[in-house]
Design a protein around this ligand. Structure first.
Ligand SMILES: *Cc1c(COP(=O)(O)O)cnc(C)c1O
Length: 218
C-alpha cells in the first residue's frame, strides 16, 4: 500500500513550498478499486476519499461509513443533473460543478434540506472540447452566479490536459482562485501532486499511487 509514502511525499512537498504542515488534504481516490484495497487504507486511518460515480458510491460507502466513523467522500467525477439529488445525500463535497443548471439544482436542494455539500467549480483550463469544466474566460462570472445562489463555495478544481506540463494549468487555477477570493484549490493527481502543492493545492486527488492501477470496469 502506498499511503504512507504518499503522505510522506505530501509533507515533503509542503515543506519545500514553505507551506504549513497539514495544509494539503489528501483525497484518496477509490473509484473502481477492489474492496480489500480500500479497506486496508481505511484501517490505516485514511478518512477522506474521492469517487467518480454516484451508483458505485451508493453501493460501497454506506457500509464503510458505518464501520469506519468519520469518513468524508468527495464527488470528483462528472455529475449529471438528474443524479444531483442522490449526490447531495452521498457526498460531503462536489468538485465538479460546471454549469448553471447543476448549480441551481444543488442550490434548490440545499434550501430544502438546510445543508449542502461543499462545492468546487471545475475549470477546463486546457479548453479541451471533450472535457468538463467552465472555460477560463467564464470563471469569474460563474463564480459570482454560484455565490448568488448561496452555495458553500470552497474553491476551484482542474484536470490539466494529459500530454501537457501541468504547472501552467495549476498556476492559472491558483490565479483565478486568488482573484475571486477563493481559498480551495483541488488539483494534482498521482503523477503531478507535488507540482500542484508547489502551486498552492489545498486538496490533491491521488488514486493509483495509493491503491495501485485500476482495472477498467467490465
Ligand atoms: C481518477 C481521478 C483521479 C485519480 O487519478 P490517479 O491518476 O489514479 O491518481 C483524480 N482526479 C480525478 C478527477 C479523477 O477522475
Amino acid at each position: 500500500m502506498g499511503l504512507d509514502e504518499i503522505r510522506a511525499r505530501i509533507a515533503a512537498a509542503e515543506a519545500a513550498a514553505g507551506r504549513a504542515s497539514g495544509s494539503v488534504k489528501l483525497i484518496a481516490v477509490s473509484k473502481i478499486q477492489p474492496a480489500e484495497r480500500v479497506e486496508a487504507v481505511l484501517e490505516a486511518g485514511q478518512r477522506l476519499f474521492g469517487e467518480n460515480y454516484v451508483q458505485e458510491t451508493a453501493a460501497k460507502w454506506p457500509a464503510w461509513r458505518e464501520r469506519f466513523p468519520g469518513c468524508e467522500v468527495h464527488m470528483i467525477g462528472p455529475l449529471q443533473t438528474n443524479k444531483a439529488k442522490q449526490a447531495v445525500e452521498l457526498f460531503e463535497a462536489i468538485h465538479t460543478v460546471d454549469r448553471p443548471s447543476l448549480a441551481e439544482k444543488l442550490a434548490r436542494m440545499a434550501q430544502s434540506r438546510g445543508v449542502s455539500p461543499g462545492v468546487f467549480v471545475q475549470v477546463n483550463t486546457g479548453e479541451e472540447p471533450q472535457k468538463a469544466g467552465v472555460l477560463p474566460g467564464m470563471v469569474d462570472e460563474f463564480v459570482a452566479a454560484v455565490r448568488m445562489m448561496d452555495l458553500p463555495l470552497l474553491g476551484l478544481m482542474c484536470i490539466p490536459p494529459d500530454a501537457e506540463d501541468p504547472a501552467p494549468h495549476f498556476a492559472m487555477l491558483a490565479q483565478m482562485a486568488a482573484r475571486n477570493g477563493l481559498s480551495g484549490l483541488s488539483m494534482g493527481m498521482s503523477g503531478d501532486f507535488e507540482t500542484a502543492i508547489a502551486h498552492g493545492a489545498t486538496h490533491v486527488r491521488v488514486g493509483s499511487a495509493i491503491f495501485g492501477a485500476r482495472t477498467p470496469r467490465a
